[in-house]
Every structure is written in structure tokens, then in C-alpha cells.
Design a binder for this molecule. Structure first.
Ligand SMILES: *[C@@H]1O[C@H](CO)[C@@H](O)[C@H](O)[C@H]1NC(C)=O
Ligand SMILES: *[C@@H]1O[C@H](CO)[C@@H](O)[C@H](O)[C@H]1NC(C)=O
Ligand SMILES: *[C@@H]1O[C@H](CO)[C@@H](O)[C@H](O)[C@H]1NC(C)=O
Ligand SMILES: *[C@@H]1O[C@H](CO)[C@@H](O)[C@H](O)[C@H]1NC(C)=O
Ligand SMILES: *[C@@H]1O[C@H](CO)[C@@H](O)[C@H](O)[C@H]1NC(C)=O
Length: 891
């Protein structure tokens, strides 16, 4: 299940996309000009191609979009695609004026730091990830110059699953403007032969009907859709595009035998889908949440769905209803046969269900299990039958046993592998992770039911998927010594219209023969046989295949393996979970899949340096509910990181760069003029740096905190017996008893034992000492007649690794690597500066995103350095409190 295969929506819009309203108004009246028509807000999208190749259910899709900036200024162009949740992105690139910027797939942790950083900057341009019911959205934007061209190319892959007797590919199309050259091409190759092929689009009007070309014969199927410009128009003279909706391809394959085995280059895949088996009867327990939160539309939609489901229950089936709120109630004491009379009575029962009270989920499930146990013990139900529990809830357990771990444990023990549990989570209040784990631990699966006008249909659709079991306890056994890395090969159920897929790797990659024992319990008897295949037969079946893409069976195996490892990981803990994660990660990186463990990092050109964005695959965990309308900023861009350094400058602003995070932390110290602060103190090398604060020319009577700057720096090296005093006027070196003085008007390079001093006239001085520790002191000169400000100094450390581990001081303590974590970025009091929670040195601090200036290169204007600002004199970040760093003299 989980089947519906795929979709992608495609949008390419210029920034500030003109609203449809405006388009309708302006464009409909004015005389059409072929060129103007294609350019929206300066951008022409001259080509969109969606190329899909399916080989034995494995789909490889490439979306290519080309645009040109027809305007006379730079414009941001967005590439916006919706792809199926079940798909993994495998490649992405942007080509701007002939230069390609490729995406690379990296481990998530490494990329997450970058993501945090981007969010913290509050940037919204770039890659944004949003999640809908069946789709995930991929958005990237890039700024292109006037007359420049950009090509976006995105590749993704997925295994099409069979459901209700068909493989379905669901393509959402939405180019948002007319596209000169728009086309969808789908090529399908199925070695078993294609028996039916359909293509339809929700936006296809009668005029467009003939534009979908569809052919299939034998093993090949082809679909193409190439609407001309005029066919894309909503009306003869309109510039709006009709291309907005879902394009769906469905097909099925011929089945002369239940099994199809394919062997290529040391890998095999086995498709198993028997037909014409008698249906097993079912014993269904509906466990329904009727707590207060379900009242209103949710309970009404649940009842509507149950009434429809009752119409579909077969006479051989048994069923019952358990309702849980604060209490547990049941419709009948035992499972009841679905006779017409009983179904009538059930309808009356369903109609009177109402919702109130708390949520005793544990009680409801346990009662359901008890009733199934009793039915089996008393031989009330046929031996050969499928027992399933379908639970629906919209909340979290809060009465009875309410600890979800305890519930999971108890339910698993009570079910003990005998029944299948399906959990349906209604709305956003559920702990979906818990529902999913519990279902997976009991051979079932979880589904979200999205609160919407079609919720009843969603419930009913789910029931249809699981309502026709043909076999239970299906096992596909391959010779153990010949096969390694086998995907899951035992299944609780085989449902009518679905398909079981198993893939694996031969121990000996030259092996070209395989036999498999198939076993399953059917309605009347046990199904059991052996089937075989050799590589030659596969090769023959593939002879006509011209467009085979790479090693499709190997990639299919990798896809399925990663999918199953990720699923097992949901219920695993401790070392097992670590092992599963490590395996899934290794395969994701090896086969280049963007999975929940990896990210696509795209480096893109920007005017002020490189920017990067990250593509993540969101997971469906608790608290990650993203309804169709919610967008979560998982992709972002950010400027390239500053090189490593620490500094203090201005009113004293401290900047601590954190290279492994490619980010920085900053804080201010507010102290009175005249105070001397210890900045660096290394007891081992004997190097100290202290700074004396000066204020403005006169105190500002309105301000609580007076501005203060460093007006005097004292740099000492005890071992060399050297003291350097720097003020905005003079630089003095005291070497033992010997004093040498310079002014900032001098240009000097001074070299003596263990010390190099370079004065860059009126700008800065660079000092290297002893072991190689070096500093830059920047001179800030203000206008001489400035009413308030006076000249001051800034200090930047260049090489601090030459200092010892014991180095301390307001700057010195940060010469050792420091790490931090940013959580919960949220809007702050200044809309341009988001707040966040920072975990650093085991403290939890509220920090604010901001900028500080780095004046090393440009002493006049400086360069903005984005950083996390720690409030309150660096409290929680610096060791102790800032007053601990006040010293009595400069040396
Ligand atoms: C489209 O525009 C042309 C030129 O202005 C006009 O002659 C024609 O009648 C218009 N057609 C429709 C259907 O509005
Ligand atoms: C750019 O285009 C705008 C709008 O057409 C026009 O007003 C402006 O003068 C143009 N600028 C240049 C430099 O051509
Ligand atoms: C990704 O796409 C780019 C651009 O088309 C291509 O050059 C590159 O080979 C692709 N990478 C892989 C791994 O397919
Ligand atoms: C299964 O058993 C039922 C009842 O014994 C019988 O009517 C039916 O024909 C059997 N079906 C098959 C496919 O053997
Ligand atoms: C995890 O992997 C290691 C190394 O392969 C193995 O020794 C260990 O038994 C595994 N642990 C679990 C719980 O699977």
C-alpha cells in the first residue's frame, strides 16, 4: 500500500509573480503580441520538459526547465516542483549562461548546520520545502542578469507500487505561464507485456483531448503531451495557461504466471501477484476514538465513511465496533457475522455514535484484541481468515494508560503477531510517530487522514486497500547461500490488486540462475510451489529495450532496501537503530538518493559571493504535520562563511567565529569608560592583551548605557619582555627598558627577536609574536570635529592556535573550539532579526540573529558578519560574569 505513485507539480515563476487577477485584466483586453505573451514579469520560460522512463516499475524522471530574462535588470527565477513523497531526488543542477552548478548529496547532519544557519538569517529566498498529502515541494531560486539564461534540471526515482490492479503515475503540472515548448514524454518498458495504458489530466478540455498521444504494444508503452501555445491558452486571446492540475498515467502488465523474476548483473527482482485466488474472509474490529475532540465534522465524516464501508462488507466477514472516550463501549460482545440483518443493525448503531470525554486509546485497543482472541478461541470465525484491527483517532491518549511507550509495549505483547493493526491518524493533533510505530510493530501501517471535505472518502479509500486479502503469511524463500542483502521476503497479507516485490544480490555476481519457493495461506488451502528463472530469459525479455537507464535492478534494490531500513529504523532503538541508520545512510550516499538522512546541497552564484541551499526530505513524524497548505522552510540559502577569527571592535562588540558551523556568535560588553578588560591571557606563553575603555566626548544624558570603545590596548609578552601600548594616536614598544614610539602616520616594518610589527599608515597594525600568535589592531578615526565620537581601536586575532590551551580572557577563552546548537528559530521583536534558543556550554540562551561589522579589510565601512547575538554582556556564553574580566592596569 502507500501506493499511489507519484506526482509532481511544476511551476516556474518569476519573483513577484504577477497575480492572475492582473493578468486577466490587462492581457485579455489588449491586442495580443506573440512575444509579450510569453514574458511574465521579464521572464520567459521557453521550454519545460518532463521526461519519464519506467523500466519494470522503476521510474526515472527528469524535469528540465529553461528560462531567459527578457527584462533589462536582474531577476530572481524560481523553479518549483512537486514530487511524490515516495520518490527520492537523485540529482539536481542549474546551468546559468553555460556554467553548470551541480548539486551534491551529503549526510544530513553536515547539511543541517547549514540549514539552521540559513533559517537564522531569516532568508526566504532559495529552496523551500513544503509537504502536501502525497507530494513534497522542491523550490529553488536564482538571480539571473538581464538577457541571461538559466536551465534547471531535477531527477528523481521511485518504484511504482501496484494498487487496485494498476500502476499509477500521477504528474501535477503547473507552469503558471505560457511555455513555447512544453512536453511530457513517458516511456514504459515492461518485460511481461503491457495490457492497458491510460493517460488523463484534470485540466484536459475537449480541445486538448487529442493532444495526448498514447500508444502501447507488447512490452512498450509511450505517452506524449505537447500542447501548442494556442492550446495552452484559457481562451483564444488569453495569456493564462490551462496547464494546472494532475496528469495521471495508469497501466498494468500481463500475468500468465503469478511470478516474474528478473536477473541482471548480479542482482535480481521478484514481482509476485497471483490472480484468481478466492478471497479470504475477514474479521474486522473497528476501534474508534469518540472523545470530545472528534465531535463535530470529524465524527460526522467518520460515520459517513463507516456507513459506506458497511455497504462493502461481505457476508462471510465478521466485524464489531469498539468506541473509546473516557470509557470503553462495544457494539456487540463478540465478533458478529456480516449478515444483511446485522449490517442493518450496525448502520443504526453507527448513526447514533456521538463524541465526548477523554481519550482512553489503550483501553479501546485492548478490548478489540480481547474480542479477536475470544473469537479465535471459541472457533467463532473460520480458521483461514484475516484478522485486522482498524483504529481511528484524532488525539493523544490521556486517560487510562497514557504513556505511549507503555501502550506500544502492551499492544505488541497482546497481539503477538497474530493480527494486523492499522492506525489512522485524523488531523494534526495526533502523535503520528507513535501511531506509525505501533502499526509497523504489528505488521500493519499508519495513514494520515487529512481534515477536509473528502475525509470520509480518504477513510473509505483506505478500507478498500486492505479489504481484499487473498493470502496470509506469504513467504518467498530464496537459497540462503546464494543470496545476500535480501529485502523483506515475508508478508502478513497479499491484497487483491497489489503486488509483492523482493530484490536481492547474488553472492556470486556471475550467477545467472535463481529458484524460489513460494508459500502462502489461501482461503481454501495452502499455496506452495517452486519457480525459477535465468539471466538469459531476462536478457531476451529486455532485447527490445532501447532506453534502459543504468543498472535499474540494482537501483531498484537500493531504493527498496533504503525504504525498508528507514521503516525498520522507526521502531528500533539503541545500537540496532544506529546500525540501521548507518546502513541506510551508506546506501543513500552510494546511490545518491536524497532520503531523510541525506541532503542535496546546491551552491549557487550570487552577486555577493556564493550562496548555498539544501534539499531535505521531510519525515512524517510527530509534530511534523504539514497539511496541504503549510509550508515549512527546510531549504534555505546563506552567504559564504567568514574565515575563522575572533575579534572585538566598536562599542565593544565581540565576534567569535565558529568554523565548524560556518557561523558566528557575538556579544557586547557594556562597561564604563576607564574600565580595563582582560581580553587574552595565556599563562604558558606569557602573552596578555588588555583593553581600556573610553567613552564619547560627552555623556549622553538620555541613554541608560553609555557608548564605550577601546581607547588603549596593552599587548605584553612576558617571555620576550616586550610591552606594546596602542592608542589612536601612538604605538609604543617597550623592550626591557628601551622604548620606541611611532604614530599612525608612520609606515613601519619592524623585526626583532621573536616579534614582527607592521604599521599600515592610518589603517592598522599587524603584530606577530614569539611562537607565531598574531593580531591586527584596526584604527578607527572619526571626523575630528564630531560632536560626540572620538577615535578608537579594534582587535582581531589571526593566529591564536599558537597560544596554549590554558589561554583565557574575554576573547582568549574562545580560542578553543566551541560548539552550539540552534533550536526553535522564531520571530523576534524586530521583524528582520529572528530570535532562537541556543544551547551552548550546557546553557539554554535566547539569542537574536544580527550582524556585526568586520573592519579588517575596510576600516571605514566594514563588512557585515551575520552572527547569533547573546544578550546581557555575554551571560551564559562567557565563563563567569563579565565583571570577572575587569583588571586594574593595562599590564
Ligand atoms: C482576438 O483579438 C483579435 C485582435 O484584436 C480580434 O480581432 C479577435 O476578435 C479576438 N478574438 C476573440 C475571441 O476575442
Ligand atoms: C528598463 O525598462 C524599464 C521598463 O521598460 C524602463 O522604464 C527603463 O528605462 C529601462 N532601463 C534601461 C536602462 O533601459
Ligand atoms: C547530474 O546532472 C548533471 C547535469 O545534467 C550531469 O552532468 C551529472 O552527470 C548528473 N549526475 C549523475 C550522478 O547522474
Ligand atoms: C474454495 O472453497 C469453497 C468452499 O469449500 C468452494 O466453494 C470454492 O470453489 C473453492 N474455491 C477454490 C478456488 O478452490
Ligand atoms: C551493529 O553492527 C555491529 C557491527 O556490524 C554488530 O557487531 C552488532 O551486532 C550490530 N548490533 C545490532 C543490535 O544489530
Amino acid at each position: 500500500m502507500g501506493n499511489s505513485l507519484l506526482l509532481f507539480i511544476l511551476v516556474l515563476i518569476p519573483a513577484l509573480a504577477s497575480s492572475d487577477f492582473l493578468l486577466t485584466h490587462v492581457r485579455n483586453i489588449k491586442k495580443r503580441n506573440a512575444d509579450n505573451d510569453l514574458v511574465v514579469n521579464g521572464i520567459e520560460i521557453y521550454s519545460v520538459k518532463i521526461d519519464s522512463k519506467v523500466t519494470s516499475r522503476f521510474a526515472h524522471n527528469v524535469i528540465t526547465s529553461r528560462a531567459v530574462n527578457r527584462g533589462n535588470a536582474s531577476k530572481e527565477v524560481f523553479f518549483d516542483v512537486e514530487l511524490p513523497k515516495t520518490a527520492f531526488i537523485t540529482n539536481f543542477s542549474m546551468t546559468i549562461d553555460g556554467v553548470t552548478y551541480p548539486g551534491t548529496i551529503k549526510e544530513k547532519e553536515a547539511a543541517k548546520k547549514q540549514y539552521t544557519k540559513a533559517v537564522s538569517r531569516g532568508q526566504t529566498a532559495g529552496l523551500v520545502k513544503a509537504s502536501g498529502r502525497k507530494t513534497e515541494k522542491f523550490t529553488v531560486s536564482v538571480n539571473i542578469k538581464a538577457a541571461s539564461k538559466v536551465t534547471f534540471e531535477l531527477t528523481y526515482e521511485e518504484l511504482l507500487k501496484r494498487q487496485f490492479g494498476k500502476y499509477e503515475m500521477f504528474i501535477k503540472v503547473k507552469p503558471k505561464q505560457l511555455v513555447k515548448d512544453f512536453e511530457i514524454e513517458v516511456d514504459i518498458f515492461e518485460p511481461q507485456g503491457i495490457t492497458e495504458l491510460e493517460a488523463e489530466g484534470t485540466f484536459i478540455t475537449n480541445e486538448l483531448l487529442n493532444t495526448i498521444k498514447k500508444t502501447f504494444s507488447g512490452k512498450k508503452g509511450h505517452i506524449s503531451f505537447k500542447p501548442t501555445l494556442d492550446q495552452q491558452r484559457t481562451c483564444a486571446n488569453c495569456s493564462q495557461s490551462v496547464l494546472d492540475g494532475d496528469f495521471t498515467v495508469r497501466y498494468d502488465v500481463k500475468r500468465t504466471t503469478p511470478d516474474n523474476l528478473q536477473i541482471v548483473n548480479g542482482y535480481f527482482v521478484h514481482f509476485f501477484a497471483p490472480s484468481n485466488l478466492p478471497k479470504l474472509s475477514k474479521n474486522i474490529i473497528f476501534v474508534l476514538d469518540t472523545s470530545g475532540s472528534m465531535s463535530g465534522r470529524e465524527i460526522e465524516q467518520t460515520k459517513e465513511a463507516l456507513l459506506k464501508i458497511l455497504d462493502d462488507i461481505k457476508e462471510d466477514d465478521f466485524f464489531n465496533f469498539i468506541l473509546f472516550d473516557s470509557d470503553i463501549s462495544t457494539w456487540k460482545e463478540t465478533l458478529i457475522k456480516a449478515t444483511p440483518e446485522n449490517l442493518d443493525e450496525a448502520r443504526k448503531f453507527v448513526r447514533q455514535i456521538s463524541a465526548q470525554g477523554m481519550t482512553n486509546l489503550h483501553g479501546g485497543l485492548m478490548r478489540g484484541i480481547d474480542i479477536l482472541n475470544a473469537a479465535h478461541e471459541q472457533n467463532l470465525v473460520p480458521k483461514r481468515s484475516a484478522s485486522i484491527i482498524i483504529m481511528l483517532t484524532d488525539g493523544q491518549p490521556n486517560v487510562g494508560v497514557s504513556n505511549t511507550h507503555d501502550i506500544e509495549k502492551a499492544v505488541k505483547e497482546a497481539i503477538d503477531g497474530r493480527y494486523t493493526l492499522y492506525n489512522l491518524g485524523f488531523g494534526s493533533g495526533v502523535d503520528y510517530g507513535f501511531l506509525e510505530r505501533m502499526a509497523l510493530e504489528n505488521k500493519g501501517l499508519a495513514r494520515r487522514i487529512y481534515p477536509d471535505s473528502d475525509s470520509a472518502l480518504q477513510l473509505q479509500g483506505f478500507y478498500d486497500e486492505v479489504s481484499n486479502p487473498m493470502l496470509i503469511d506469504v513467504e518467498l524463500n530464496y537459497p540462503e547461500n546464494e543470496i545476500s542483502d535480501l529485502t523483506t521476503n515475508s508478508f502478513k497479507h497479499f491484497y487483491d490488486g497489489s503486488e509483492i516485490v523482493v530484490a536481492g544480490r547474488f553472492v556470486d555476481s556471475n550467477q545467472n540462475h535463481l529458484s524460489v519457493d513460494v508459500r502462502g495461506e489461501g482461503a481454501n488451502d495452502t499455496l506452495s510451489y517452486t519457480t525459477q528463472q535465468d539471466a538469459e530469459q531476462t536478457a531476451q525479455a529486455f532485447q527490445e529495450q532501447q532506453y534502459i537507464f543504468g543498472e535499474y535492478i540494482e537501483r531498484l534494490w537500493a531504493y527498496l532496501t533504503i525504504e525498508q531500513l528507514l521503516e525498520k529504523r522507526l521502531t528500533a532503538t539503541g545500537e540496532e537503530k544506529e546500525n540501521l541508520t548507518a546502513q541506510a545512510l551508506a546506501l543513500s550516499l552510494l546511490y545518491k538518493f536524497v532520503t531523510p538522512l541525506t541532503s542535496m546541497v546546491v551552491t549557487k552564484p550570487e552577486e555577493n559571493g556564493n550562496e548555498e541551499g539544501i534539499a531535505d526530505k521531510p519525515t512524517e513524524g510527530a509534530g511534523m504535520f504539514t497539511g496541504p497548505l503549510t509550508a515549512s522552510p527546510l531549504y534555505h540559502t546563506y552567504a559564504s562563511p567568514p574565515t575563522w577569527y575572533t575579534s572585538v571592535d566598536g562599542d565593544p562588540h565581540f565576534i567569535i567565529s565558529v568554523p565548524q558551523k560556518k557561523d558566528a556568535i557575538c556579544f557586547n560588553i557594556n562597561e564604563n569608560p576607564g574600565m580595563i578588560l582582560n581580553l587574552i591571557n595565556d599563562p604558558v606563553t606569557g602573552i596578555t592583551v588588555n583593553g581600556e575603555l573610553i567613552g564619547d566626548k560627552r555623556a549622553n544624558s538620555d541613554a541608560k548605557v553609555q557608548n564605550s570603545y577601546f581607547g588603549r590596548l596593552g599587548i605584553a609578552n612576558k617571555q620576550l619582555d616586550v610591552k606594546l601600548t596602542v592608542t589612536p594616536e601612538r604605538i609604543t614598544i617597550q623592550n626591557g627598558d628601551e622604548k620606541t614610539g611611532f604614530t599612525w602616520l608612520d609606515s613601519v616594518t619592524l623585526q626583532q627577536a621573536g616579534l614582527t610589527l607592521i604599521i599600515n599608515r592610518k589603517k592598522n597594525l599587524v603584530l606577530s609574536m614569539g611562537s607565531g600568535a598574531s593580531f591586527v589592531v584596526v584604527l578607527h578615526q572619526v571626523w575630528k570635529k564630531h560632536p560626540l565620537h572620538q577615535d578608537f581601536l579594534g582587535l582581531y586575532t589571526l593566529k591564536s592556535d599558537k597560544l596554549s590551551d590554558q589561554t583565557h580572557g574575554l576573547l582568549g577563552q574562545f580560542f578553543r573550539p566551541i560548539d552550539f546548537t540552534i533550536l526553535e528559530v522564531h520571530p523576534g521583536s524586530d521583524p528582520k532579526k529572528p530570535d532562537a534558543t541556543m544551547i551552548v556550554k550546557n546553557n539554554e540562551l535566547i539569542v537574536t540573529r544580527g550582524w556585526q561589522k568586520d573592519y579588517r579589510g575596510d576600516p571605514k565601512h566594514g563588512v557585515d558578519v551575520p552572527c547569533w547575538f547573546v544578550h546581557d554582556n555575554g551571560a551564559g556564553l562567557i565563563d563567569g560574569v563579565h565583571t570577572d574580566y575587569i583588571v586594574s592596569s593595562l599590564f
